[in-house]
Design a protein around this ligand. Sequence first.
Ligand code: ARG
Length: 562
Amino acid sequence: MDYKLEIAKLISIDDVCLEEILDLVMPAKDTAVADWAFPCFKYAKALRKAPNMIASEVVDNISKPDFIASIEAVNGYVNFKLSKLSYAKGVVDAACSAGTNYGDSNLGAGKTICIDYSSINIAKPFHMGHLSTTVIGASLYRILGKLGYNVVGINHLGDWGTQFGKLIVAYKLWGDKDDVNARGINSLLEVYVKFHKEAESKPELNDEARAWFKKIEDGNKEAIDLFLWFKEVTMRDVSKIYDRLHVAFDSYNGESFYNDKMQPVLDELEAKGLTKISDGATIVEFPNDEMTPCLLKKADGATLYATRDMAAAFYRKNTYNFYKTLYVVAYQQNLHFKQFFKVIDMMGHEWASDLVHVPFGMVSIEGGKLSTREGNVVFVEDVLDTAKARALSVINEKNPDLDNKDSVAEMIGTGAVVFGVLTGNRIKDISFSYDKVLNFDGETGPYVQYTYARCNSLIEKIAKDGGEIDYSTFEKPEAYELIKLIDRYPAVVADSGAKYEPSLVTRHLLAIAGQFNKFYIEQNISNSDSGEKNARLLLVGIVRDIIGSGMALLGIECPSKM
Ligand code: ARG
């Protein structure tokens, strides 16, 4: 029920139209006193009456409908208090009939949003920094999809650059085909690290690397074959992680895809008189030197990260005609995005303002005790494995007879890590700790999953009897607070989409789980009389569906038992 509208329809002042009244009806500031309020100040002058007098007349003219508990004139406002029962019943009916689609909307109908996320680098480890972009981007993909946008998930692979020349030299000197096939990225990484050590004393290795990179650029068959193979091996390894995180993409067009798409952009820039040659390099300077110039071509003619991003933005505009393109990338790259967005703006393309950098903070590892293979780089795979192993040992301790222990441990462990990344505002740095994310009583994934399993077992154990439903039980405080949170869920999903902030959903799920557990403790479900039991079971079902579908928005599965 659209209360705002229904309330607006009750109000009549002279010949003021419904639209105007609807505009003024607002949520009450003090929810203890009222739910909705209508201010009368605007009409004091025209009607030559004090605002509270107008409010009193409005009240006198309304015959109170059932969904309203009271109407009062207070300090120039008409205050409306909703009938708890009718409100609660309205929320419960809406949520029940929507089921797991509760919160869906068509807000984004007809609009396409491209989301550039994960965007890992070929032959480099999938480290914790890439975990954030991957899970934030993937949850925005699902949240915006739920809001009716047409979403395009893009993995802008880092698959270009001189490092591929180094990798070829390293592989030819020390690599082993079978080992690369067997151990994937780890094997490539070993020879790559060795290259850097050796090149310190043998600088000629760098010349060789440059020569091999040139061969890739020139399309030499051997060079291209090796390059494509490195890419394939990397993708094979990372796709295992993507599967565990339930992440997918619609496009893997990475940096190399734009090799032949940069020249037209550079030509347009030159034609518009925006480029400048500085020490042989091609740059774009900004008005009043507001930022350091954007470097688009080095003196040796090599294009750069920014040149590829420019070409990618044009390609996406032409291909998808996007409403927005989001770049889910760490805040360290703030300047890069500001620069190339501004360059596109200076070219006179209005859609430059539809390019949005969605930055996030750094993940550091509390206590620094995590297993690391290379320097300080922490591999996502190791983190997921460790979290899973810990979850399994908790299961073995608390519920050793559980079915499918291994897959439940995977859901809990991986879910805990993902939930941990998505709990705080994305811009905040995260200090990650296993104890924190796996605490079953904390603000964690396992806590929410546990609540889901609890709902499930209640539904399994207590059958609804076909009898009546005693809705008045919803007026009890624990149930009523829960219903208010259920009511807010669709708005929270919409807000998280508008702000590109999945943590709003995460924290609302925590609030719902917390309130559900209070309700569960206070209001005995199995032993209540039939009308109350039926009503309470409705709430259990709604909470299960919201948690299940809400966690899915975050990319987290919930085990039915745990
Ligand atoms: N591959 C880059 C990195 O790991 C991130 C790319 C982000 N996307 C983009 N269109 N620039 O730092």
